[in-house]
Design a protein around this ligand. Structure first.
Ligand SMILES: *Cc1c(COP(=O)(O)O)cnc(C)c1O
Length: 200
């Protein structure tokens, strides 16, 4: 995935012309503002940033996946809005794997219960897990966080009634995609390594 937050549509479209076929944005408003300018307009989009329940209505049907689900109320709202649109929305549960106060995401222990809740909702389809681990040195430490995510992902797969649906482990950004892939990531989210530093 190319993470396109803060970048202008012209730059994003250049990446799309070179073969990028999935983009990720953090903010609902920013993504909506770019929609009219994307070429091709139908490029696949995921929401990867924190989502407030009151914005779900605006994003369902726009993105093919919401990677940042971290509460039951959010899950229920995605289900409700998806039903209203006659859609099933793919979701990942976001895990706060480093237990950091500064980050959103579930505590790891809460993931099985939220997964079970997702399986009861007809208009969401749980596809896997996402995490942003703490910034850390050395690399062995970050691999430990990724390995723990991989184990949680395997547990989720084995408890799913249809384990083939659990196919997405979203781990790794510009600075750590190599260890993420080595630990089993199926989807890396790359921003600055593709587009350079972000200017806010
Ligand atoms: C910004 C962001 C990325 C991309 O970060 P880079 O370090 O620029 O690759 C990936 N995932 C999430 C959730 C982000 O917010």
């Amino acid at each position: 995935m190319a993470v396109t937050k803060t970048h202008e549509p012209a730059l994003i479209n250049h990446a799309l012309s070179l073969g990028i076929d999935l983009i990720g944005e953090n903010k609902v408003q920013e993504l909506l503002g770019k929609l009219d300018y994307l070429d091709p307009p139908a490029v696949e989009k995921h929401l990867i940033g924190h989502l407030q329940s009151n914005k779900v209505r605006k994003i369902v049907g726009v993105v093919s996946m919401i990677q940042s689900v971290d509460s039951l109320s959010l899950l229920q709202e995605i289900d409700r809005q998806s039903a209203a649109h006659g859609l099933v929305t793919d979701v990942l549960l976001e895990v706060n794997i480093g237990g950091e106060d500064s980050k959103t995401g579930l505590v790891p222990e809460a993931a099985p219960e939220l997964a079970a809740a997702a399986w009861e909702l007809p208009n969401v389809r749980l596809r896997g897990l996402m995490a942003v681990p703490p910034i850390c040195e050395p690399e062995s430490e970050i691999r430990g966080y990724f390995a723990r995510m991989r184990r949680m992902y395997e547990d989720l797969r084995s408890s799913a009634s249809d384990h083939t649906v659990i196919d997405t482990l979203s781990l790794g950004m510009s600075a750590d995609y190599v260890p993420a892939i080595l630990e089993g990531s199926t989807l890396v989210r790359i921003g600055s390594a593709l587009f350079g530093m972000r200017r806010y």
